[in-house]
Structures are given as C-alpha cells and as structure tokens.
Design a protein around this ligand. Structure first.
Ligand SMILES: *[C@@H]1O[C@H](CO)[C@@H](O)[C@H](O)[C@H]1NC(C)=O
Ligand SMILES: *[C@@H]1O[C@H](CO)[C@@H](O)[C@H](O)[C@H]1NC(C)=O
Length: 378
C-alpha cells in the first residue's frame, strides 16, 4: 500500500527538483534579456593587432606576497594611486571611502586621514606649489591645497562632462595632465566600458593660470594612467583594454602627436609613474592569458559575459597582477608579480622599496628590493 504512494511522492519530488533546476538554469536568461533590452551596451571589435606575443622582461620576480609586508593594514581601503612627497616623507593615496590618506614612511608608517574629498578619488599627484591634485572619478579634477582646502578645477571639456576622471600627473611648469577614462560609463559600470571595445576616453590638460581645459586626444580606449616624462617633452598614457601605453608629445616639433611606446603588454596597464634611474613603473591590474585574449577578441563573448553577469564574475580570473619596470624608451626591464595579487593599480619606488597600490586591498604592499635577490626568479 505504501509503495505506490511513496513512488508517486518520489516522482513528484523528482519533477519538482528538475523543474527547479531548469528554472535555476534559465533564470539568468530572462533577466539578462531584460537587462540587455534596456542597456546600450554594444560590444565592438577592438582595433586588431593587440594579440601578438608580449615582450618578455629581463627579470621576473613572481612571489611578491611572500617577500612583502603590509603597510597601513586595515586603514587604507582601496589605495588606488600613490604619490610621494619626498621633502616631508609622506605617501599620499586616494581611498574607496572618499578620503585622501597619507602615511609617514619614517618610523612606524602611521596612517593619517588627510582630506575628505568624497566620491572615489583615483589618480593623485603632487603639485609644484605644494598641494595635491586629485582625479576624483565622479566630480572631476580637484585641487587640495596644503591647508587642505578643496577646489574643483574642471569637470568638462568641449561641452562634454567627464564621467570617470582617472589618471593625473603634473608637469614641472604646473600644467596638469589627466585622463577621463569614459564619458559614457561611470566608475560603477566601468567594466562595461572596458568590455565594450568602443573609445570613450580622453587625454586632457588643465592650465592653472588660465583655468582652461584642453582636449589633447579623444577616442581613446579606457584612458587610464599617465606620467610626464622626466625631460618634460612628452607624456606616456595607458589604454587598459588594448594593453598598450602610448607617448603624447607636449613640446618640440612633434608637439601634439602620438607615438607608439609599448604594445602588447603582458597584462592590463592601469597607472604609470616615472620613478627614477630612467625607469617607469606600470601597474598591471591582471595578467593577460588565453581566456582574456579570447574575450577581448570576440565581441559576442563580451556580450555573453555581460548577459550572464555574476555567473561569470570571475571568468577570466584577475590574477598574477603586479608592477612592470620599463625603460624610458619602452623596454620591459623587470616584472614584480604574484599569482595571488589582483588589481594592483599603481606603484612607486622609494629608496630600496617598491610600493603597490590596489583598487580593492586594505593596505599598501611594500617589498624590499634587496630581499628579492634571495628569492628564486620565476
Ligand atoms: C581661475 O580660477 C580661480 C579660482 O576659481 C580664480 O580665482 C581665478 O581668477 C581664475 N583665473 C582666470 C584667469 O580666470
Ligand atoms: C604645443 O602645441 C599646443 C597646441 O597644440 C600649444 O598650445 C602649445 O603651446 C605647444 N607647446 C609648445 C611647448 O610648443
């Protein structure tokens, strides 16, 4: 008597289970179609030739986490970019909660809340007059004076508002060079800009004497980090999804023209900074690998990634992030990475230490370069 009943129950449960599984499997699809119908996310092919082999660096150090120590642990949420005031010994960084914090590097590396600019400060750069210039992703280009007075310098150019003010550096004559990664997507949806394969980025300058903002180059692919060259004749800027950095001339007979600097980087470049001894440091926020190559090659895969959203959140994985030391003419000299590092967004060398900023860690990673000689190269 019990048997048919039990088997019916069993069948019913089986039906419910498979129906549930089917719903679960299909649930992203209507949701995705709903989102897709309402979104103007429209992936396009990237300009070709960025899938060539990456040039190898002379040395590759692959164990930064084992070698390094954590500075300001728990007190520096998302220290995206770094700027060092050599005279006073402070390392400045913009954090995820809107605060610019600074770390006195001498002694115990104490963290100080310095100025609350709000929003999400990304690029930070010292100004020759002592203050700090901040690329705040939402409001635009800000100046924080030594007395911590905050002023908005500019938030638009040629009638177009910035939506993702990102990298900044100041030339020795006071001219501020900066990037707006996208006029279409804001910080929250920045990954869509990265995936879309359409150029919404601009390279800009701000003249603090005339208060004038100039568009130097437009139609850039997620224009990100920027560094003025030590001779002040040009600057290098990075286009993250294309894995390339290019040179823009700011003086001389090539003034206003763009030249190749580095193509096919082994990872996706974020900030770049001139350090010293004729070197730049470029932060690679994740490595390049086969999955990334496929994704960037095929717009359809990027559409799929968008449609499946969180189901593909960590595919391809962000890993093997780090810093690359590059010569003045764009030769890769050394890579400092770790398989478990992701979203390293900036780097500096101060004395014998490398400092790693990050979009999502709660500290700055510091690595003693003299200790690396004892660690096996990758
Ligand atoms: C530039 O802006 C500052 C601050 O808003 C202002 O004091 C100054 O007069 C402006 N300069 C010019 C040339 O417009
Ligand atoms: C470079 O060219 C721009 C115009 O494109 C001009 O405003 C600027 O003064 C020039 N700079 C130098 C140093 O010649």
């Amino acid at each position: 008597m019990d048997i048919p009943d039990a088997s019916r129950r069993h069948r019913r449960r089986g039906f419910r289970l498979s129906f549930g599984l089917l719903l679960l499997a299909l649930s992203p699809v209507p949701l995705a179609l709903f989102i897709a119908g309402r979104s103007d996310f429209d992936p396009a092919p990237f300009p070709a030739d960025f899938l060539q082999p990456s040039p190898a660096a002379e040395t590759e150090h692959g164990a930064m986490l084992a070698t390094g120590e954590l500075v300001g642990e728990g007190k520096l949420p998302g220290p995206e970019d770094l700027a060092y005031d050599e005279e006073e010994g402070y390392l400045y960084t913009g954090c995820a909660d809107g605060w610019i914090r600074r770390v006195l590097l001498a002694g115990e590396a104490a963290v100080e809340d310095w100025a609350d600019v709000g929003g999400r400060p990304l690029g930070v750069a010292l100004s020759p007059d002592g203050g700090l210039v901040v690329a705040e992703s939402e409001k635009g280009l800000l100046k924080v004076s030594k007395e911590r007075k905050i002023t908005l310098l500019t938030d638009e150019a040629d009638g177009q508002k910035f939506k993702l003010t990102d990298g900044v550096h100041v030339a020795s004559d006071g001219t501020i060079f900066f990037t707006d990664a996208s006029y279409k997507y804001d910080l929250e949806s920045h990954f869509l800009d990265f995936l879309e394969g359409r150029p919404h980025g601009r390279l800009l300058s701000y003249n603090p004497v005339t208060n004038h903002t100039t568009v130097l180059a437009r139609d850039l692919y997620f224009a990100n980090g920027i560094s003025v060259a030590p001779d002040q004749n040009s600057l290098i800027f990075c286009e993250t999804p294309l894995r390339r950095c290019r040179r823009y001339h700011i003086r001389g007979e090539k003034n206003g023209t763009i030249e190749e600097f580095m193509e096919n980087l082994p990872g996706f470049p974020d900030n770049i900074r001139y350090i010293r001894d004729n070197n730049y440091l470029i932060a690679l926020c994740t490595e390049r690998n086969l999955l990334w190559d496929l994704l960037m090659k095929y717009p359809l895969l990027r559409k799929l990634k968008f449609l499946l959203g969180s189901h593909l959140a960590n595919i391809p994985p962000m890993r093997n992030s780090g810093l690359m030391r590059v010569s003045l003419d764009g030769k890769p000299m050394a890579i400092f990475s770790d398989p478990h590092l992701s979203l390293v967004t900036s780097g500096l060398q101060i004395g014998k230490h490398l400092y790693f900023g990050s979009l999502h860690e709660n500290h700055i990673l510091r690595v003693d370069l003299t200790k690396l000689e004892n660690v096996a190269n990758k």
